[in-house]
Design a protein around this ligand. Sequence first.
Ligand code: AMP
Ligand code: ZN
Length: 461
Amino acid sequence: MTLKLYNTLSRRLETLEPIEPGVVRLYTCGPTVYDTAHIGNFRTFIFEDLLKRYLKYSGLKVRHVMNVTDVDDRTIERAAEEGQTLAELTGRYCAQFQQDLSALNILPADHLPRATEFIPQMVAGIQTLIDQGQAYTTDDGSVYFNISSYPEYGRLARLNPEQMVVGERVAADDYAKEEPRDFALWKGYKPSDRDSRWPAPWGEGRPGWHIECSIMSTHFLGEQLDIHCGGVDNIFPHHENELAQSRCLHAGPFVNLWLHSEHLIVDGRKMSKSLGNFYILPDLLEKGFSPEAVRYTLLSTHYRKKLNFTFDRLQESQQAINRLRELARRLEEVPAGHKGMAPAVPDAAVAAALDDDLNIAGALGAIFAWAHELFGLLDRERLSGASAGEGLAALGRYDEILGVVFFSPSTLDEEVTALIAEREAARQNEDWARADEIREQLQQRGILLEDTSTGTIWKRG
Ligand code: AMP
Ligand code: ZN
C-alpha cells in the first residue's frame, strides 16, 4: 500500500509513512458540544471515518483520539441561555453526539476525551510556555500566546506576515484569518463564566479552545502524530494555534500530515448553525431518510471538494445502497455448485483509487461497474457458484470501508422486522386486510416490501 494524502501544511500530496511501522496515530478534532451536531459536522467526521476504515482495510492499526470540546465560549454562552450548568448542557449534547455517531456507523475512537478532564495538564503546558517566555499574563488573569515568539506562525494557514500585529490580542476562541493576533491560552474568570472556573497559578479561569487539543493529542498519542484532521474552517485559527503551541512545547514537527475536509454547503453557503441552513440527523430520520443514505451522501464525494446537500442526493444514495443490497441478496441465491463465468473482483482498482488521496468516487465507480457485470451474469444465470461466493466476500470487504450495505440501525430494524413478521402471520391466516395495512403503514415511513421466493425483504423507497 502506498497511500498518498494531501498535506495542508506543504500543499502537496505526500506518502503516509507511519512513525511506528504498521501503526497510525490519528487525532481528529471532535465536536463542540453546545448543541446537536449538524450533518455538515458529520461530513468531516465521516471523511475521517473513511480514512480510518481504509487504513484498517489496508492492514494498519489505527490509534484514534477524538476530543470533545466541552468548555469554550459557545458552551458557556449556551449553558447560561438555557439556565443549566456547563456539565448538564455538555453531558446532554455529548450523549446525543454518541448516538448520532453510532447511527451513522462511524467507528468509535479509542479515546474520546473531554476537555474539562484535562485542565491540570493544560495549566502545566501553559506554565511551560510562560516559563519559556512565549506566553504572558494580563491584568485580568488571562494568559496569551505571543505569536512573534514563534517564527513559523502562519505557515499552516499561509497568513500574510504583514497582517500580524505584534502585541495586539484577541480574546475570542474563533476569529478571522485577517486578524492574526496573540491568542488566549487561558481566560481569567468573569462572572459570565458562571460555574466554568478552574484554579491556576496566575488566577482562576478556563482554558482557551486551542490549548485543549495540543494537550489531549500528546497525552494519548505522544509528541508526534501521523495524521491530524478537521474541517477546512479548523485551519485558522484552531490548527494554526495548536501547531504553534505544540511546536513550542515539544521538539519535532508535531504532525506529519494535516488533512482538512471541505464543507457541506447549502445553496452555495457553508452549512452552519449561525446561518440557520442546517439539518441534524434526527430531523432527516424523522423525514424517512435512512442513516445509511445520509452516510453515503456525505461519504461519496471526494473530501477536498465542496458537497452540495439536497434531498434528491439522499434519495440517489438510497438507490445506490439498495442496488448493492440487491446484489448481495442475488449472490446469496446462486447455488454453490452452479457452473458459469468467473469475473474478476475489483480489489486492485478500489485500492488504487483510495491510495490516491482517498478517491472514493473512483472506488465506487469500480465497485458499481463490477456490480453491473455481475447483475448481467445473474440475469442470464451465467455466474458460477464459486464466483458468487467470492463476490459476496468482496462486497463484505468493500463494505468494511463504506459501512452502508450490511448495516442498518437496530432500533428501526427491530420495529420493521416485527411488523414484517406480523404481516407474514396475517398472510398465513389469509388476513389480507391486515397484511395490506402493514404494507401501507411501512410505505408511509418510506419502507417498501417485496415478497420474494425466500421471504419478504424490505428496502427504502
Ligand atoms: P465544531 O463542533 O463547530 O467544532 O465543528 C466540528 C467539526 O465540523 C470541525 O472539524 C469543523 O471543521 C466541521 N464542520 C463545521 N461545519 C462544517 C460543514 N458545513 N461541512 C463540513 N464540516 C464542517
Ligand atoms: Zn481541535
